[in-house]
Write a protein that binds this ligand. Sequence first.
Ligand SMILES: C[S@@+](CC[C@H](N)C(=O)[O-])C[C@H]1O[C@@H](n2cnc3c(N)ncnc32)[C@H](O)[C@@H]1O
Ligand SMILES: Nc1nc2[nH]cc(C(=O)O)c2c(=O)[nH]1
Ligand code: SF4
Ligand SMILES: [Mg+2]
Length: 220
Amino acid sequence: MTEVVRQPVKLRLTEIFASIQGESTRVGLPTTFVRLTGCPLRCSWCDTAYAFTGGEARALSDVLDDVAALGLRHVCVTGGEPLAQKYCLALLTALCDAGYSVSLETSGALDIGGVDPRVSRVMDLKAPGSAEVTRNRLENIPLLRARDELKIVLADQADYDWARAMIADHDLAARCPVLLSPVAGTLDPAQLAEWIVRDRLPVRFQLQLHKILWNDARGR
Ligand SMILES: C[S@@+](CC[C@H](N)C(=O)[O-])C[C@H]1O[C@@H](n2cnc3c(N)ncnc32)[C@H](O)[C@@H]1O
Ligand SMILES: Nc1nc2[nH]cc(C(=O)O)c2c(=O)[nH]1
Ligand code: SF4
Ligand SMILES: [Mg+2]
């Protein structure tokens, strides 16, 4: 009888760190971030290009130990694009099973259907003008529940106009909170805020809190 050697569940990680949640409706909460390595997209304004390559292969059990050692209830799995890794779903379920409150930051380019239902999925829609990627998987939109969130990062008025049309055409705000977030250092946050108020958009304005606290420091 051949013994089945179970391969350890391996993930490629860029970093695990404790910080203040700087985005989403969970902003301000002390949170452990698990940043997975690699992404199939190259959004022109991405602030985490350092996670595109490199990283370290880690066993799932070791990742869980590191998260436990940081001692925070909230965990945010991000990247890079976490869903691009085969074992990301296993990580999300293991974190939920361990009793953490888990959120996932994902690009919206990959299927979110297999994500553990206990996870709050924070899914981007990429504004094609500025992100220079048009990989929005619109089939994901009907899968969004009230506990999920949609985020649209905007670089200019063209992006804003596109977002406004998407919100109306897909009735996005009826599904879950919709966050509009300025590309850091590109779109004046006050300008975005004024557009949102002027147009009475059913959205939440977002500002990356961690950049206010620590500029664009890595691992914060
Ligand atoms: C680095 S991404 C990683 C997760 C996933 N790949 C995604 O795009 O959602 C995390 C979040 O940061 C946002 N982001 C990246 N660069 C940004 C920038 N320069 N200004 C504002 N938000 C940015 C992304 O849109 C996304 O919502
Ligand atoms: N503090 C902090 N909050 C965050 N929320 C989402 C982040 C991300 O990179 O996905 C992030 C991040 O990089 N840092
Ligand atoms: S999908 Fe996310 S990680 Fe990938 S390039 Fe865009 S913002 Fe960066
Ligand atoms: Mg970040």
